[in-house]
Unconditional design. Structure first.
Length: 255
């Protein structure tokens, strides 16, 4: 396995990621998986959690090129958390993967978690270069948009370092309007006829499992819904959830 650091430039911001390749310069073309993380919670990290790099390595070992990156306002990437900006970050990641000589761009998938799943559905519905979509713990729509909650939400993001500039957002209404635009239930039908997998835990403490059923009902075939009994919100840490994801990818992209 080869791991390469990657820096993309989007809106004059550095978006930092890593590319995982199964082989070492063997001229192969691999199916690709672009992994999209969720909105940061600010909770202290679990020292036993290998995070998205661990997930990327696991998927890569099955024969996939895997790209993980930090959306703007998170990790080593620059900027402030902005959901419409996240859609442009994912667009740039798809541009990058699509042009890679090591990637079979006819087998390009996005794998999103929570807020990253919402962004994945939104972007994939419009970008036909994406051939497969997996949305885990995906909200049908964002539910924290009540006017009396916005300022406390912004302050929370500021306190955990996801909003870094003191004059951001310049317009709270425009900023929150982005979350209203990126509403997966309005776009999920646009993924068809490309295959869609929805994965959700029925004990999700952040996004109720009813969101998964709402998305599944609105989506067109081919679609699949996997409900993880007892599964919480962080499905990348759920062994059954990760197995369902990897098996689904292998059955479709490695045929």
């Amino acid at each position: 396995m080869t791991i390469k650091p990657v820096v993309l430039e989007v809106d004059n911001l550095k978006i930092v990621g890593q590319l995982y390749l199964p082989g070492e310069d063997d001229q192969s073309k691999y199916p690709a998986v672009c992994v999209c993380h969720g909105v940061p919670s600010g909770k202290p990290p679990d020292p036993n959690d290998g995070g998205y790099p661990q997930l990327a390595e696991r998927i890569c070992r099955h024969g996939f090129a895997v790209f993980i990156f930090n959306f703007r306002g998170t990790g080593a990437s620059e900027g402030n958390l902005d959901i419409l900006g996240w859609t442009r970050d994912l667009g740039a990641a798809i541009d990058y993967l699509y042009a890679l000589p090591e990637v079979d761009n006819s087998r390009l998938s996005v794998l999103g978690f929570s807020g990253g799943a919402a962004v994945s559905v939104f972007v994939a519905s419009k970008d036909k270069r994406v051939s497969y979509v997996i949305a885990c713990s995906c909200p049908a729509q964002f539910t924290f948009l009540a006017a009396n909650e916005l300022q406390s939400m912004i302050e929370r993001f500021r306190s955990i370092g996801a909003i870094r500039d003191k004059d951001f957002p310049r317009s709270v209404e425009e900023w929150v309007g982005g979350f209203r635009v990126v509403s997966p239930v309005e776009y999920v039908a646009g993924i068809a006829p490309r295959p869609l997998l929805l994965v959700h835990g029925n004990a999700d403490e952040v996004v109720d499992v009813s969101h998964a059923h709402e998305l599944y009902d609105r989506a067109e075939e081919p679609k699949q819904l996997a409900i993880i009994e007892g599964g919480g919100h962080r499905l990348r840490q759920n062994e059954k959830g990760v197995t369902i994801i990897t098996d689904w990818l292998k059955s479709r992209l490695l045929e």
